[in-house]
Design a protein around this ligand. Structure first.
Ligand SMILES: CC(=O)SCCNC(=O)CCNC(=O)[C@H](O)C(C)(C)COP(=O)(O)OP(=O)(O)OC[C@H]1O[C@@H](n2cnc3c(N)ncnc32)[C@H](O)[C@@H]1OP(=O)(O)O
Ligand SMILES: O=CC(=O)O
Ligand SMILES: [Mg+2]
Length: 356
């Protein structure tokens, strides 16, 4: 662990100063595309402005014999596209793979000035972040970059989950974490073959309801549970403690938009700021779910107005509001303001509320 006095020092001569605080940039959907797939790549320029983050994926889902093409494709897209308000991220190959060194050296030296965040898969502990941190500093210095590239880790191994706090605090570059339910399920030897989402077998069942004769009078209701609740909650706490951002990850059942929306909403309610989108139709779901509803903003603004100087307790619609519930409302109002700054449609909806 670096002592406090060294924590914010650049790790290479000539590298940019690390940030003291991770900027809160809207990132409701991190949209994955395969830069080696011509059809997907062709869609990227038109997606700018419709999604908060475009991520050129180099890792899983890109065939081994397309890894170089994906890397080269990402360089080409990044150089040819004006990303405007949309962030550009990449997911590099795993740190033990034969491709990752070339991923980092090529991307940072050729398009480092356009890359906001590097997502690192299968992070096991702080040592993985320290490796990437130093290498990025060396490459940033070589490329003459003026702002540091941030790092996002995927939580997708049992060891990574066990080390989640140290991963979050390993470097001032740490921007956030995503849940990786597919790799995590495999690593933990969980018995689900789905990419994220629930499972009908993971449930609780109500007690038997007996009639006067002591016989079960009806079928017992069952309630499906969320397989990912524990991990998401741990991730949210670790991120909040370190001032970085938690995200849900992939929802692989592209056709099931309803369950996708439910999974995203659970993550939003627990504290995540965004999620991955694997298919264009998941972008709209993510943007909808990870933006506070007009009803929530209406309520939050009323509480802010009713609370005056922010201390004490008041009654609003039969409910007690005080300093703590005001803070909950301010989380919503702040988020709404950040999102309205990049999303004119949302801004108009919040605007319509006026000062009611
Ligand atoms: C566990 C993990 O690691 S998850 C992260 C890794 N996985 C990924 O990144 C997957 C990314 N997504 C994909 O590969 C694809 O969306 C798939 C394979 C799931 C489905 O692809 P398709 O069968 O082509 O879907 P579909 O036919 O509905 O696509 C409709 C159009 O959208 C395009 N499209 C599909 N996905 C994307 C995308 N992620 N980005 C941009 N365009 C896309 C298709 O190319 C197709 O274009 P066309 O109309 O010009 O033919
Ligand atoms: O990379 C994501 C995952 O779920 O695995
Ligand atoms: Mg994975």
């Amino acid at each position: 662990m670096r002592p406090a006095k060294d924590f914010f020092r650049p790790l290479a001569v000539g590298a940019p100063e690390p940030l003291r605080e991770v900027p809160a940039r809207p990132s409701r959907a991190i949209h994955f595309f395969d830069p080696s797939n011509p059809k997907m790549a062709a869609k990227v320029p038109d997606m700018v402005g419709t999604v908060d983050v475009l991520l050129g994926n180099l890792e899983d889902a890109v065939k081994a014999d397309r890894k170089e093409a994906a890397r080269a494709g990402l360089v080409e897209i990044a150089q040819a596209t004006d990303f405007g308000p949309t962030q550009l991220w990449t997911r590099i190959n795993a740190l033990d793979s034969p491709w990752v060194l070339d991923d980092l050296t090529t991307l940072v030296t050729e398009i480092g000035d356009r890359l906001d965040v590097v997502m690192v898969p299968k992070v096991q502990g702080a040592e993985d972040i320290h490796y990437v941190d130093r290498l990025l500093a060396q490459l940033e210095a070589k490329a003459g970059l003026e702002r540091p590239i941030l790092v996002h880790a995927i939580l997708e191994t049992a060891r990574g989950v066990a080390n989640v706090e140290e991963i979050c605090g390993a470097s001032p570059r740490m921007q956030g974490l995503s849940l990786g339910p597919a790799d995590l399920a495999a690593d933990r030897r969980m018995k689900t073959t789905r990419v994220g989402g629930g499972h009908p077998g993971y449930l609780v069942r109500e007690d038997p309801v007996l009639n006067a004769d002591g016989v079960e009078s009806r079928e017992r209701a069952t309630f499906q549970q969320d397989l990912w609740h524990y991990t998401i909650a741990r991730m949210v706490d670790a991120c909040a403690m370190h001032g970085i951002y938690p995200y849900y990850g992939p929802f692989g059942d592209i056709a099931d938009e309803v369950a996708c929306e439910d999974q995203f909403r659970n993550a939003f309610l627990l504290g995540c700021v965004g999620t991955w989108s694997l298919h264009p139709k998941q972008i709209a779901i993510a943007n909808r779910v990870f933006s506070p509803s007009v009803e929530d903003i209406r309520h939050a603004r009323r509480v802010v107005a009713a609370m005056g100087d922010g201390t004490g307790a008041v009654m609003l619609d039969g409910k007690m509001e005080d300093d703590a519930s005001l803070k909950q409302c301010l989380v919503m109002v702040d988020l709404a303001e950040q999102l309205a700054a990049v999303d004119p449609e949302l801004a108009a909806k919040y605007e319509e509320l006026g000062d009611e």
